[in-house]
Every structure is written in structure tokens, then in C-alpha cells.
Design a protein around this ligand. Structure first.
Ligand code: COA
Length: 524
């Protein structure tokens, strides 16, 4: 086995272990207690909700990684197909702190709501939550209001919202069913009230009981908050599926129904491509050949490369994935020069002219620095590329394969530029610059500051500082850490790239794909 494959397989094993933590929820004791109560775990609920045999594209599974909170942030989010309709699904994990929402839960749900909004998807909330995580309430109470705002704005955009309530949904949480278009509650399980019996007692002195205050039957027969009373969890899921079946859902963009061939090269080879030392370049055409549709009667060339002789450290060209057209921009040699920035700008404009989605494959250390390049206008050319991708209105997908450093992260459509989806390979690294370079810059600056003050420089202190900074920046550049911060939609096995992108390209067809001819002022 080659060294690259060995290193990638080791990273994939680590990834599996981290995903397993998210699946384990609050741990064996809490999962057992939950099952003993006759209840299903969030992923079990989702599995029953989505169409049999269909894929569920989970988003942000590592949210909260590296924080004090459980990996996964006590909620599962993703896109699943229900009665043939692609829906955004969120499901609280009641085995983690009663399903209470912590700051990472909020970040993860906000991201999920953004996915629903940008792609125009119906939302299904599988509710069972202790509301706000009380010890961190200061970080979630005020911004958390957005959850309810997002739900009703989705409804106003005619993107249906459905709440299936399996358990506790109190206080602010009561507004999830409250703001949804359709609400289903499970008999003797759902509890939806603004204040539970102890709070009511404190507020007004009234004695009350869970069922009469907020039980499913009361809401179905008396308050009218529940549209459907489900006999049990499976019944609630069945009713949820019937609601979706009656939405009369039609995708905005007509799907491109092209027959397609599997890639010309075996995707398994993706494990061999990325060197562990990202300073070594690799040819992104090898990635493209393993991700895009192969040659067939309707696709006589798998990848039509554009401007192959110009700006050669960025590869651009046209291809199809699962029969759907894409324009691809992929870093080849790491550094972006003025030529690459100009080529990218033109290519993004061309994709907008033809309403073609774009795919960015990152492996860049950023734009070239140095006198020659500054004088050649590298800033204005980089700005031109960033202008193009910022104002482009065709959907963008990003995959961080290797390095994604400095302004290169911006030009290649990093998270801040709102690609519809951004996934990361376990080999990725992203930061303002490489750890050694960053530590070196800090050392040069400190040395100059000491000299300016006429002080001796503490060489031993400098070495310790460099070592510490290098190690911490290295850690913060790694995919689990960045995924924990919800700076991507997930870390994926390179071999799944084609499937994941194929799902994304289908999802984006829920909204019309319309390119723009309006960009900011280009500095030529
Ligand atoms: N914030 C922080 N931690 C919470 C929490 C919350 N809102 N709700 C529950 N937890 C914790 C519990 O302290 C417990 O922690 P521990 O096991 O480490 O001691 C763990 O989550 C499980 O809670 P438990 O009460 O044993 O679970 P349950 O399934 O029997 O009941 C609830 C779950 C949600 C019904 C119950 O915990 C509850 O009523 N929580 C408070 C709800 C509330 O009023 N929230 C305020 C909304 S703004």
C-alpha cells in the first residue's frame, strides 16, 4: 500500500471514530433509558421518515467537536427524501442533556435553515428537547429567537414547515410547533407548554398537570395547536409522510434527465492522490476523472478543459455529475498568480452566462506574494476573482481537498462566500497561513519590536513561542476542528465525493438556476 493511501485510511479511521461519537449521542446509559421508555433515537426516527433505500445527506455531524459539548451538538440535521420530496430534516437528540440546545446546536440549526432557504426546501422538525441549555443561556437566548423567525419566514416563502413532536417542547421550544404550518403530536409523549407545572405554580400559584397543560390530546382536541394526534412515534412519522405527499411539491428547475456513465477512472484511486505533505502538488485532473460522469453516447468528452495553456496552476473546465452540468475550478500547483485569477474571473462569468453551477476544488496556499507580483497587480487580480465569485448567482459547491490558506480560501469560495455546500476531505488544512509561516512571521515581528526598543531578544523564549504557536495553529487548521466550528457541512470520505455532489446538484434544482451579468467594479 502506498504512503498516501495509508495516511488517508488512517485519517478515515479517525473520522469514523468521531462520527461514532455523534451517533452514540449521550452515551449508553441515556440511550438505553430512552429506548426503555419506548422511544426512538433521532437517527432511527429519520430512517423511518425518509423513503426506503434513499440516501440521507447528514450535515455538520461533527458540530461541537473540541468543545465542552457532545460531538454532534445534540441535534441531527440533513437532507432526506420523503415521498419523493427533498426535505431539510432536523431532529433533537434527547439522549444528550435532554436534547437541550447549546451554542453549537444553535449554529448547526441556523446552518440547516440556511440550506433550506437557499435551496427552497420544506423543513421537517422532529422535536424532543429540553429547550435552552440553561448554563449557557446567555449565548443562546437572544440569538435563538432566529429559529422561530426562520420557520415563519420559510412558510411565507411557501416552503412548508412540519413539526412532529415526540416529547418535551417547552418554553421557547413550544414555538417550533407553534410556528410550523403542520403539527403532529404523539399521544402521552408530546408536552408542549410555555411553562411547565413548576413554573406555572411559581408564576400564578395555579396547580396544573403535564397532560392538561400541554399534552398531545389536549392540543388536538382543545387548544387546536396539534393538527394531528398520533398514536405512537411510528404513527407520527406515517402522518408526517402523508403531509409531505399532499404538498403538491414541484421542483422549480426542470431536472436534467440525462443518462450518465460512472467516472472513467475508479474513485477508489482518490485515496492514493493526496500527499500527506501538502507542499507536494497533485494533479486535480486525476480527481476530476474520478468524480465526474465518464464518456457515454450523450457525453462524448468527460472533461472539456478551458484555457488549458494559460494560468496553468488553476484548472478550469466543463463536465457533468449524475447527468447535471458543472463548471469546475481546481487548484493545480498550489499558488494562485494574476493569470489564474483572471482566468477564474472569466470562467465564473461564462458559467453565469450559461446558468451552470460551479464546483471549486481547493488545494491552494493562496495568492503569490513578492515585489514582482505586487507590481504586476496581484491584489487587484485576486480582488477581481473574489468579486466574481461573490456576485455570481449560479449555485456553488466547494470541496476542500488539501490546503486552503489565506485569501486563496476566499477566491476559491470558502465558507464566508456562501457556497451552497462545502465539504472537506480528511486531508484538508485551512488557516490564514501555514503554521510554520505564521510562527515565523510572529517571531520576525517580535524581533523587530525588541530591536526598536533597544532590548535584547529572548532567543529561548522565541523558540518556545514558535513551537507552541505552530502546534496550536496546526491543530486549529485540521478538518475536525473546523467542522466542529461548523465552518463546513461535513468531512467526507473522498470516495463519496461524487455521490455527495450528485445529491447537492439535485437539491439545488429546487430553485431556479439563474446566472447574473451584474458584478462589482472589476479592477482590470
Ligand atoms: N439545560 C441543561 N441541561 C439540561 C436541560 C437544560 N434545559 N434539560 C435537561 N438537562 C440535563 C439534566 O440536568 C440531566 O443531566 P445529568 O444527567 O447530567 O444530570 C440530563 O440533561 C437529562 O435530563 P433528565 O431530566 O434526566 O431527562 P428526562 O428525559 O427525564 O427529561 C426534560 C428531559 C427535558 C423533560 C427535563 O430534563 C426538563 O424538564 N428539563 C428542563 C426543561 C426546561 O424547562 N427548559 C427551559 C426551556 S427554555
Amino acid at each position: 500500500m502506498g504512503a498516501n493511501r495509508e495516511a488517508m485510511l488512517a485519517k478515515l479511521a479517525e473520522l469514523d471514530a468521531e462520527h461514532a461519537k455523534a451517533v452514540a449521542g449521550g452515551g449508553e446509559r441515556y440511550v438505553e433509558r430512552h429506548h426503555a421508555r419506548g422511544k426512538l433515537m433521532p437517527r432511527e426516527r429519520i430512517e423511518l421518515l425518509v423513503d426506503e433505500g434513499s440516501a440521507f445527506l447528514e450535515l455538520s455531524p461533527l458540530a461541537g467537536w473540541g468543545s465542552d459539548f457532545a460531538v454532534g451538538a445534540s441535534v441531527v440535521t440533513g437532507i432526506g427524501v420523503v415521498e419523493g420530496v427533498e426535505c431539510l430534516i432536523t431532529a433533537n437528540d434527547p439522549s444528550v442533556k435532554g436534547g437541550a440546545s447549546n451554542p453549537w446546536t444553535l449554529k448547526k440549526i441556523f446552518r440547516a435553515n440556511q440550506v433550506a432557504e437557499e435551496n427552497g426546501l420544506p423543513t421537517i422538525s422532529l422535536v424532543e428537547s429540553g429547550g435552552a441549555d440553561l448554563p449557557t443561556q446567555k449565548e443562546i437566548f437572544i440569538p435563538g429567537g432566529r429559529l422561530f423567525r426562520d420557520l415563519t419566514r420559510a412558510s411565507a416563502r411557501k416552503e412548508p414547515t412540519i413539526a412532529l413532536v415526540f416529547g418535551n417542547s417547552t418554553a421557547g421550544g413550544a414555538y417550533v410547533p407553534g410556528m410550523s404550518d403542520y403539527t403532529v403530536m404523539v399521544r402521552e409523549q408530546a408536552k408542549v407548554f410555555l411553562g411547565g407545572p413548576p413554573l406555572v405554580k411559581m408564576a400564578t400559584g395555579e396547580e396544573s398537570h403535564d397532560e392538561s397543560l400541554g399534552g398531545a390530546e389536549m392540543h388536538a382536541r382543545t387548544s387546536g395547536l396539534a393538527d394531528y394526534l398520533a398514536e405512537d412515534e411510528r404513527d407520527a412519522i406515517r402522518i408526517g409522510r402523508r403531509i409531505v405527499a399532499r404538498l403538491n411539491w414541484r421542483k422549480a428547475a426542470a431536472p436534467v434527465e440525462q443518462p450518465y456513465a460512472e467516472p472513467d477512472a475508479d474513485p477508489d484511486g482518490l485515496l492514493d492522490l493526496v500527499p500527506s505533505d501538502l507542499k507536494e502538488p497533485f494533479d486535480p485532473r486525476e480527481v476530476v476523472a474520478r468524480v465526474v460522469d465518464g464518456v457515454s453516447a450523450t457525453n462524448t468528452v468527460a472533461f472539456d478543459e478551458f484555457k488549458p495553456l494559460y494560468g496553468t496552476s488553476l484548472v478550469t473546465g466543463w463536465a457533468r455529475i449524475h447527468g447535471r452540468p458543472v463548471g469546475i475550478l481546481a487548484n493545480a500547483q498550489g499558488v494562485l498568480f494574476s493569470e489564474e485569477a483572471q482566468k477564474a474571473t472569466q470562467f465564473v462569468q461564462l458559467a453565469n452566462q450559461t446558468d451552470t453551477p460551479l464546483l471549486f476544488l481547493h488545494n491552494t496556499t493562496g495568492y503569490m506574494v513578492g515585489q514582482e507580483y505586487e507590481q504586476g497587480g496581484i491584489i487587484k487580480h485576486g480582488a477581481m476573482m473574489i468579486n466574481a465569485i461573490s456576485n455570481s448567482t449560479v449555485p456553488h459547491l466547494s470541496v476542500v481537498m488539501g490546503a486552503s490558506y489565506g485569501a486563496g480560501n476566499y477566491g476559491m469560495n470558502g465558507r464566508a462566500f456562501d457556497p451552497r455546500f462545502l465539504f472537506t476531505w480528511p486531508s484538508a488544512k485551512s488557516a490564514v497561513m501555514g503554521p510554520a509561516q505564521l510562527a515565523g512571521v510572529m517571531s520576525i515581528v517580535a524581533r523587530a519590536a525588541a530591536a526598536a526598543k533597544g532590548r535584547d531578544y529572548d532567543e529561548a523564549g522565541d523558540a518556545a513561542m514558535r513551537e507552541f504557536v505552530e502546534a496550536s495553529i496546526e491543530e486549529q487548521s485540521l478538518p475536525f476542528f473546523l467542522s466542529g466550528m461548523v465552518y463546513d457541512d461535513g468531512v467526507i470520505d473522498p470516495r463519496d465525493t461524487r455521490t455527495v455532489l450528485g445529491i447537492c446538484l439535485s437539491v439545488i434544482e429546487n430553485k431556479p438556476i439563474v446566472g447574473t451579468d451584474r458584478f462589482g467594479v472589476f479592477r482590470m
